[in-house]
Design a protein around this ligand. Structure first.
Ligand code: HEC
Ligand code: HEC
Length: 189
């Protein structure tokens, strides 16, 4: 009996130590695509360091439970437990958000600004760094990545659960999708 309890206690200790100890190792597997500390170096790959914990955890679980469409991430999170997802969300939320400001032309910038002032600023802020609760920062997020995400919101059959985002983005003209993405991508703060 006592042996049993001891074994159980050891087991618990080992598994909880593992769950915590593994996060650095697990997070390193994300760096291959999302960059060191979640600051991405690839135009179609989002930066994730410094995004809100609740947002990170929520969307990873949506992918895991098939409530949100993705090309890549759905497969990656399928192998993670909910606790690992929460721990990864905490890990990346503690990193600083580092905008990667990108170049755009004056005309595209002006067009993007006019469009976001009318449609997006209320929720994301004028530069994307002051979002409503539940929305991630998008100032200096990669423009190409954002345009790809916006296209997902525009397709009716793609499962993107945030209804107001979907409704707003579907109102845009196709010719406005890149300008709004480039506008927010160009913000350095
Ligand atoms: C093989 C490359 C790859 C790896 C490895 C990878 N990701 Fe991703 N990640 C992507 C891609 C591509 C997207 C864009 C969504 C999609 O198409 O799947 C993305 C999107 C995300 C987003 C959404 C960001 C946003 O701004 O909404 C989060 C959060 C995320 N990944 C977390 C992680 C975590 C945590 C890990 C490690 C466990 C990880 N990713 C490993 C490729 C990768
Ligand atoms: C009603 C508030 C609201 C409005 C209006 C809105 N958004 Fe969003 N946006 C959000 C929220 C909340 C999310 C996160 C959605 C989720 O959790 O699935 C989001 C997500 C995004 C993302 C994905 C970010 C990432 O890291 O993957 C982009 C890009 C974006 N919004 C751009 C826009 C643009 C451009 C407009 C205007 C055309 C806009 N949004 C209008 C609230 C809003």
């Amino acid at each position: 009996m006592r042996k049993g309890i001891l074994a159980l206690a050891l087991c618990w200790w080992a598994s909880s130590a593992m769950a915590v100890g593994n996060i650095d190792v697990l997070a390193r597997t994300c760096n291959n695509c999302h960059g060191l500390n979640g600051v991405s170096a690839g135009t179609t790959m989002p930066s994730i360091g410094g995004l809100p914990r609740g947002y990170l955890s929520k969307i990873m679980k949506e992918w895991k439970y098939d409530k949100r469409v993705a090309a890549t991430m759905n497969r990656i999170v399928k192998g993670l437990s909910d606790d690992e997802i929460d721990a990864l969300a905490t890990y990346f939320a503690r990193k600083p958000w580092v905008p990667v400001p990108q170049k755009t032309s004056a005309a595209t910038y002006a067009k993007g600004k006019a469009t976001i002032t009318e449609n997006c600023e209320d929720c994301h802020g004028a530069t994307g760094n002051d979002p409503d609760e539940g929305a991630p920062r998008i100032n200096g997020q990669w423009a190409e990545y954002m345009a790809l995400e916006l296209e997902k919101y525009r397709e009716e059959e793609f499962l993107m659960p945030h209804r107001k985002m979907k409704k707003t983005v579907r109102k845009l003209k196709e010719s406005e999708v890149y300008p709004v993405s480039e506008y927010y991508g160009a913000q350095n703060q």
